[in-house]
Design a binder for this molecule. Structure first.
Ligand SMILES: [Fe+2]
Length: 304
């Protein structure tokens, strides 16, 4: 009885594909390509991916490319809603115990926001929302105040739209940079942030709809904190008790980033703070690890 020619298996194809990339000269590129092959093949085998599903995937990726432009990066949005962005952030931005944790930069950052004085207001027009005083200290992991720290802050006002996507807002509304005092203290006024939707009109929305997921981000204030000799941290402060705190569409919430917004309604508080009630106060200390930023984030103007 003659033995049959062995069938080519999926594992054979995986091995052949890996061999085809084995001579990739640049080691990191080779590592990425080989791991991509292994995991993509394993994914296809695990779910028994059909040819029509593969074609559908290609169509979704094509649509993601078509809807993207200089200011909209649908692939990154898909990465965000699939939790990939936060996994990458976790793996590359591990901080020592007690240090300010990182979160997503998001697509709405603008460099060169105007400087405000200590105690100044980053919201530059009326009716931006309920006034909120954010204050605290910037400290090392040893608890010593950091001299020369800078905060870069941005957020949505009460209408849930970033100023660069909303022609009714003045330039740099609810954005600002400020320097902490020598003793690490910082203090600025803003408004209480509100939840806002991420775009649903592209493939990311399709994915969310297919899973019956909402597209809301938990209310947050974006913060970048940096100081000479310390690791720069890109992160967000979230509002304790927010409706979406446990279901942020991009998984940006970390327990340590949730801040209590304390409501003030008394006339005594209005007098003490020099603001009409109601308003909120938030106290939050930013603890930085010594060192340098490990990887400078390099987004084009639109994403960054
Ligand atoms: Fe945001």
């Amino acid at each position: 009885m003659s033995s049959a020619t062995p069938k080519t298996t999926a594992a054979d194809i995986t091995q052949a594909t890996l061999r085809s990339f084995a001579q990739t000269p640049e080691p990191r590129t080779r590592r990425l390509l080989e791991a991509a092959v292994k995991h993509l093949h394993a994914f296809a085998t695990e779910v028994n991916l059909t040819t029509n599903e593969l074609i559908r995937l290609a169509e979704i990726l094509t649509a993601a490319g078509k809807i993207s432009d200089a200011s909209r990066h649908e692939f990154l949005l898909i990465s965000d809603i699939m939790g990939l962005t936060m996994v990458v952030d976790y793996n590359t931005n591990q901080k020592p115990e007690g240090a300010f944790e990182s979160s997503v930069l998001g697509p709405f950052y603008r460099a060169d926001a105007p400087w405000i004085e200590p105690g100044g207001d980053i919201c530059r027009q009326e009716n931006a929302g309920t006034s909120t005083l954010v204050s605290g200290r910037i400290l090392s992991t040893e608890g010593t105040p950091i001299n020369g720290a800078v905060l870069d802050i941005w957020q949505v006002p009460a209408n849930g739209m970033y100023e660069n996507t909303d022609p009714t807002q003045v330039e740099f509304n609810c954005r600002g940079r400020l320097k902490a005092a020598e003793d690490g203290a910082y203090r600025f006024w803003t408004v209480k942030p509100v939840p806002y939707p991420i775009p649903k009109d592209g493939p990311a929305g399709l994915i969310l709809d297919s899973a019956e997921r909402h597209n809301m981000r938990a209310a947050h204030i974006h913060v970048i904190v940096e100081a000479p000799g310390y690791e720069k941290v890109i992160s967000e402060l979230f509002v304790k008790g927010d409706l979406y705190i446990d279901s942020d569409a991009v998984f940006g919430v970390k327990e340590s980033l949730i801040a209590e917004f304390v409501l003030h309604e008394s006339t005594a508080d209005a007098a003490a703070y020099g603001r009409p009630t109601p308003f909120y106060t938030v106290n939050y200390d930013f603890v930085l690890a010594s060192g340098q930023a490990r990887e400078e984030i390099m987004f084009s103007a639109g994403r960054a």
